[in-house]
Write a protein that binds this ligand. Structure first.
Ligand code: GDP
Ligand code: MG
Length: 370
């Protein structure tokens, strides 16, 4: 394809060639002044400077490139892990999430009304963890099927009185397929007929070898009801997160995934967004799937009004002109017309897929099951 020398590009962008060479290095491209780079790469550099070099690029294409642009290593900072709780029905997923939320309230988070927004943020020793309230593997796989990889760590809940069951195995398979590390929570250890050793044996039979058995999977014995082992479980989440070296760039415009959305009387469309990267601010123009708007108000998972939210935050926003779908990509744009252009492009795509009778996944299907 087309190429351009770094010298020419520098002239074109009215920048110092050494700055461009630096930017290229940050992209992992080693180049010298007289070297030719391909047009795609040149365009990335231009977009970094907020300049469109190509007349061929539409506004939404520019936004799309911005969305996919790699962050410079020096802009990356540590971010909190995003965790999903998975496991067989009745093994205690909901109870465990409740216990985790209560732990964080007693450890000094601004209590108040615990609003259900589809995700919760808890903190342990000043470290944040984001929990998705999604119902185990159904939402996990559905979100993934829609191209969203939102989870860093999966907690696999296995009831100590029941052992490994079909949905336990499914959950293991899904987490493995997604490359998401598993932490096992052996739950209901308060019960008289609890048999944690049997659970560990059965997990080993399924190829999930926990640490005590010479493997590398962490397992914690808990009781969601009696509040046993919850702190240890959260500590293990932080330990695994530390090993994953999760990073994000708070300096870029926000991008993420819609977790939940609905219309509320007097508030209009309300959406829960998982901000995966960047910082979202009140007033930002945003696009979410086929909808767009401007962030009018923003709330954290404790229902508190906030003005901005950084990477790995679950927030509720108002200001969208319509209800997006769970799993939709979300991002802030520099200008509202860019957000509108992206939403319109998505609307056109949806019309085509509707004609092709692509199965539709409703929000209710997704989130009614916890
Ligand atoms: P889910 O279907 O995985 O979300 O499971 P739930 O959280 O709804 O729990 C199913 C049942 O197990 C409920 O009756 C809970 O009260 C009970 N349960 C959950 N955790 C524990 C526990 O640690 N100990 C005991 N004894 N019961 C529990
Ligand atoms: Mg449940």
């Amino acid at each position: 394809g087309e190429t351009i020398s770094i010298g020419e590009l520098a002239k074109e962008l009215k920048k110092q060639p050494k700055d461009i060479i630096m930017k290229l290095m940050n992209l992992g491209v080693m180049a010298t002044l007289n070297q030719d780079i391909d047009f795609e790469t040149a365009e990335m550099i231009a977009i970094e400077y907020g300049i469109s070099v190509s007349k061929k690029l539409t506004e939404e294409e520019i936004e799309e490139k911005r969305y996919n642009f790699e962050d410079r290593p020096e802009d990356l900072t540590k971010r909190a892990p995003v965790v999903t709780v998975m496991g067989h029905v009745d093994h205690g997923k909901t109870s465990l999430l409740d216990a985790i939320r209560n732990t964080s309230v007693t450890t000094g988070e601004a209590g108040g009304i615990t609003q259900h927004i589809g995700a919760s943020e808890v903190s342990l020793k000043g470290e944040k963890i984001v929990f998705l309230d999604t119902p185990g593997h159904e939402a996990f796989t559905t979100l993934r099927a829609r191209g969203a990889k939102v989870t860093d760590i999966a907690i696999l809940v296995v009831a100590a009185d029941d052992g490994v069951m079909p949905q336990t195995i499914e959950a293991i398979d899904h987490a493995k397929a997604a490359g998401v590390p598993i932490i096992v929570a052996v739950n209901k250890i308060d019960k008289a007929n609890a048999n944690p050793d049997r659970v560990k044996q059965e997990l080993a039979d399924r190829g999930l070898l926990i640490e005590e058995w010479g493997g590398d999977v962490i397992s914690v014995e808990v009781s969601a009801i009696k509040n046993i082992g919850i702190d240890t479980l959260l500590e293990m989440v932080l330990l695994v997160a530390e090993m994953l070296e999760l990073k994000a760039n708070p300096k870029r415009p926000a991008l993420g995934t819609i977790l939940e959305a609905k219309v509320e009387k007097g508030r209009g469309p309300v959406a829960t967004v998982l901000i995966e990267n960047g910082t979202l601010r009140v007033g930002d123009p945003v696009a979410a799937g086929a909808t767009h708007g401007r962030v009018r108000a923003m709330f954290n998972s404790h229902g508190k009004t906030i003005k901005q939210a950084g990477p790995a935050s679950a927030v509720e926003i108002t200001g969208l002109n319509d209800v997006p779908t769970a799993g939709d990509k979300f991002y802030a744009t520099e200008e509202e017309r860019h957000a509108r252009a992206m939403a319109e492009k998505r609307q056109a795509e949806l019309r085509v897929s509707t004609l092709r009778k692509t199965p539709h996944i409703s929000l209710e299907d997704l989130f009614n099951q916890i």
